[in-house]
Write a protein that binds this ligand. Structure first.
Ligand code: UD1
Length: 318
């Protein structure tokens, strides 16, 4: 049986990857420190280790005996990293280094890394192509980009098959909706369902290549199984290849949730990126990636999940 280690297994993306690998009959070992993940997200059948990525020994022992690693563990959020850069740095960069050192000592062949589209920054030129020079702005994209460079170094120097997947605004069920650092779709879906007025930071004409979680899962599975010559040491955009404005996102979400209120417009967020749109041809050519769930269907599934969460929260306790 093939066994995979997933870091951040209690988180939004990690737990979906665990579901998919278990459904394919593989073994899954998972690591998480519950900084942002939830115990309830970890599927039954995961060999779970509660540890911090900062704990190099724990990370190294988690790497022993697995066939490949999906490194999703991170302290997400661009604004969080602006407010408190050190915890983000420790989790996202030191944690990634610990993971790579653990993988090297354990002789792991392939590591898939959750990279970020925020590495492109605010430079001109759309869609974003992997050959563009990154221009990260906030600490978070710098950390995520430095992690990519480490991944590529380990591919070149040690022959490890590292693959960097630059996620573009992944959304879907289990993305935390209730933190100040929540992704905009999860946050708005919950607010609209609860009848609270959502906020649009800026004029709402900023755009994102919002990508439903099933697409990110599909990209990971394809990258895990692709020939090394196509993927090792490389960086790939993972997105849908379509830009949607925040205003349009708001309108669609309002329609799906039945919310009729107008948004409050505030100042743009410090360090925010104006637009994001990916060229996804490199992933298609290297490992046959294509989006499997479109934006609107993804929104419907996300709202459906939020409804079940709100309903469960209203059940009497005890
Ligand atoms: C997101 C990811 C980040 C990833 C990046 C690139 C989250 C929490 N962050 O950052 O990890 O690296 O994509 O893939 O998923 N907004 C509002 N109102 C709100 C909340 C947000 O208008 O209540 C706006 C923000 O100002 C921003 C946009 O929505 O313009 C998207 O924000 P957010 O969901 O936090 O994502 P990114 O910052 O793009």
């Amino acid at each position: 049986m093939t066994t995979y280690l997933i870091t951040g297994v209690a988180g939004f993306i990690g737990s979906h990857l665990a579901d998919a690998l278990l459904a394919q009959g593989h073994g899954v070992r998972g690591l998480d420190n519950f900084a942002t993940g939830k115990r309830g997200n970890i599927p039954a059948g995961v060999d779970f280790i509660e540890a911090d990525l900062a704990n190099a020994d724990a990370v190294a022992s988690a790497c022993l005996g697995v066939d490949a690693i999906l490194h999703e563990g991170a302290l997400p959020s661009v604004p969080r990293s602006v407010k408190e850069p050190r915890p983000s740095h420790n989790a996202n960069l030191d944690g990634t280094f610990n993971l790579l050192e653990g993988a090297r000592a354990a002789g792991i062949r392939r590591v898939i890394y959750a990279a970020s589209s925020s590495a492109y920054g605010n430079q001109p030129g759309f869609p974003r192509v992997e050959t563009m020079t990154p221009q990260p702005i906030a600490p978070y994209p710098v950390q995520k980009l430095a992690g990519e460079l480490y991944m590529q170094s380990y591919a070149r120097v040690y022959g490890m098959e590292t693959v960097c997947l630059r996620y573009f605004n992944i959304f879907g069920p289990r993305q935390a909706p209730d933190s100040p650092y929540s992704g905009v779709i999860a946050k708005w879906a919950l607010q609209m369902l609860e009848g609270q007025q959502p906020t649009i930071q800026g004029d709402g004409e900023q755009g994102r290549d919002f990508t439903y979680i099933a697409n990110a899962v599909s990209a990971n599975l394809l990258a895990l199984n692709a020939p090394a010559g196509n993927v090792a040491g490389r960086v790939f955009n993972v997105a849908c290849g379509e830009r949607i404005s925040l205003n349009d996102t708001y309108r669609l979400l309002a329609k799906i949730t039945g919310y009729t209120g107008a948004p409050v417009y505030t100042e743009p967020r410090a360090g925010d990126i104006r637009n994001s749109l990916a060229d996804i041809s490199a992933a298609r050519e290297a490992f046959g990636y294509a989006p499997v769930v479109n934006f609107e269907t993804g929104l419907e599934r996300t709202v459906e999940w939020c409804r079940t969460q709100s309903a469960a929260a209203e059940l009497p306790r005890g």
